[in-house]
Design a protein around this ligand. Sequence first.
Ligand code: ZN
Ligand code: ZN
Length: 407
Amino acid sequence: MTPAQSLISEELREQLEADYRHLHAHPELSMQEHQTAAYVEARLTELGVEHFRCGGTGVVGVIRNGEGPTVAYRADTDGLPIAEDTGLDWSSQATGTLPDGTQTPVMHGCGHDTHVAVALALTRALAERREAWAGTVVMVFQPGEEIAAGAEAMVADGLWDRAPRPEAVYGQHVMPHLTGTIGLPVGTAMAMGDSWQVTLHGRQAHGSQPHNSIDPIVLGSHVVTRLQSVVSRSVDPRDMAVVTVGTFHAGTKENIIPQTAVLGLNVRTFKEHVRDTVLSGIRRTVEGEVLASGAPEARIEELNRFPACVNDPEESERVLEVLRAELGEDQVKVIKPVSGSEDVGVLATAIGVPLVYWFNGGHPQEVLDSDQPVPGNHSPHFAPVPQPTLDTGLRAALAVLLSRVGV
Ligand code: ZN
Ligand code: ZN
């Protein structure tokens, strides 16, 4: 039995699963995680762990256990505007209100429910088994990861002035890999992400009188089509870049040419110069198509911007050793950077300490082997199996923290 395993009782494991099911059934939208924050606070209070609110719906627990190093562990808490279609008994029926006022179903479609549940179990293990370690562990329950708002909000709210400063920040994310296994990218871990909203202004007219219009749907279609060549024709094929138009809203009726069309764009890149190339290419494409249509100037707004998530190379190698000793050589792999984005890096770069962020597999072999598409994060079908996913996440996190504060 490893030191981490010796801290995990059967009762703790049952509580972990119960927490996961509860959190899964009660997801909340980004920066509106009120019930989730209250749930976390109640548990920290129960365990006698000192805690404070930070960055709105963020919660910080500080587990003090005498002299020794200080380390931090982060779990993100938000859900997504998705109608769940997993068929799980504990599926979400929750709804929420988006910033524009519209109602939406809400789902833990990115698996942050597993992150919070694991972090609560981690807190309990450390709070109850103080003989196994010495030092301070800062548990960061971070809101608003999906919109790149929460980490910055917590830092701006004085996170590292109010909590002891750690020597390193750790965290993990559940992914559609094999359950029971961990993947860790050394160096760049996740992409930069940029989201823009582009409002194309046309001229409204009756559908039978196109000559009186500037049709924003036709204009938008040209923009969407031409955007497909930004990456293929201006980015070095050895570099990674993605441009996705995820939303295209226009019109109310088939015989009315509308006044505007609104596009939602998402960009992922790993290098600053590639990011600049892609974003300027998008801007040029929009301006060029607007000019070709004789339309008024378009409005381009930045919705959010995720910084790169970089794993400290030296600390990553150490963590890999720890994880292999805990879970077995074959269960832990070095993986390529992930094209998703994360704001966890902000928590570490704000105080210049190393970050290591790893990926916890959530799918059983039969799901990965099936001829159906494998549901990934943000899918209405994304349903990581509770076990051994939760157990693996807890053991990995405990082992990594104990490798710093263990006695
Ligand atoms: Zn996500
Ligand atoms: Zn996520």
